[in-house]
Design a protein around this ligand. Structure first.
Ligand code: ADE
Ligand code: ZN
Length: 345
């Protein structure tokens, strides 16, 4: 087995809707009576900006029509990732569009939970869920979603959902408008994270930290433009779940992976981890993410093992679980024959 696939990994930034197999996209469209502009969805998977990606992402999202569909995409997202070393994931789902069309949050969460539990029995990969607010739907839809989620959890209906996040379009959106929703979520016992600094500047990250009390940053790419923010985030050991291939292919922030600051982020002392974001929509898997980043940025095998172990620290597992998983990762890493030459993507 390839060393980068064998390397045990945590993933903290993966959208279940962005992990839907192209063949499943076609089958769901057929099942739900929806037409697609093409029989080969991968023809649509080229983006020149985050917003152009989101148009396609929303199309894929709209095909997930009922509880069975959620179960299927949850299940497939994990079994597809397992051969590439995934051991534990905290996975986003973004239900705003589905709720607006009349689906119930309970059915969505039930379906996803059944799917990921089924996959866990088959693969041993564990998966918790993070419910994302869709910024494009605005602050009041966000608050309503969180109120529903908190009450579902109180009635024991959403145990797998451990956190609240926020994604979708970043431009022209002020994170402060979503503070009431994050406040309700935090008081309801959810962990908090948010996409920030993916498509706009470092001030977007600082505002999200200050206004939303997040304990993790999704992407956080722009942080390197603000030295004092780097210091703040490094000292507080706030994790950043970074997605270098996505930043090239989706947000178009760099022409080449070689230009990505991931290694510089780590050299600056940041707890920056590696993630795929939307693997099926970028022809990616977690092994390829690690392999391609190692090759492009000249990172050694030992550095990549550190990235893997930092994924455990950056997770929302409790301290006892982290110790146990870290021990298991160290034991697995000791058994892997390191790649002999510099990795190639
Ligand atoms: N939804 C899915 N992928 C996303 C990304 N990279 N940024 C914002 N929203 C997303
Ligand atoms: Zn994302």
């Amino acid at each position: 087995m390839d060393a980068y696939d064998a390397l045990p990994k945590v993933e903290l930034h993966c959208h279940v809707e962005g992990a839907v197999r192209p063949s499943t996209v076609v089958e769901l469209a057929r099942k739900n009576g929806r037409s697609l502009p093409t029989d080969d969805p991968t023809e649509l998977y080229r983006y020149d900006s985050l917003n152009s990606f989101l148009d396609i992402f929303w199309l894929v999202q709209s095909l997930i029509a009922d509880r069975d569909d959620w179960e299927r995409v949850g299940y497939e997202s994990i079994v597809d990732a397992a051969p590439h070393g995934l051991r534990y994931r905290e996975m986003f789902f973004t239900p705003a569009r589905h709720l607006a069309e009349g689906q119930s949050l309970g059915a969505i969460v039930d379906g996803l939970t059944l799917g990921v539990e089924h996959a866990e029995r088959e693969t041993g990969v564990r998966c918790a869920l993070i419910c994302d607010i869709d910024r494009a739907f605005g602050p009041s839809a966000g608050l309503e979603l969180v109120e529903q989620l908190v009450s579902l959890r109180r009635s024991g209906g959403a145990e797998a959902v451990i956190g609240l996040g926020m994604d979708s379009t970043e431009r022209g959106v002020d994170p402060r408008d979503f503070a009431p929703a994050f406040d309700v979520a935090g008081r309801g016992g959810l962990k908090l994270t948010s996409h920030a600094g993916e498509d706009t500047g470092a001030d977007n990250i600082a505002t999200a930290l200050d206004a939303l009390s997040i304990s993790r940053i999704d992407h956080g790419l722009a942080i390197m433009d603000d030295f004092s923010l780097v210091e703040r985030v490094r000292e507080a050991r706030i994790p950043l779940d970074v997605c270098p291939n996505s930043n090239v292919l989706i947000a178009n922030k760099y022409e080449r992976l070689e230009d990505h600051p991931f290694r510089r982020m780590r050299q600056a002392g940041l707890l920056a981890t590696l993630n795929t974001d939307d693997p099926a929509m970028t022809d990616l898997d977690l092994g390829k993410e690690y392999r391609s980043v190692a090759a492009a940025l000249g990172m050694s095998w030992d550095e990549m093992c550190e990235v893997s172990l930092d994924g455990v620290e950056a997770s929302w597992l409790d301290e006892g679980e982290k110790r146990r998983v870290r021990g298991a990762f160290e034991a697995a890493i000791a058994e892997i024959e390191p790649p002999e030459v510099a990795a190639s993507a």
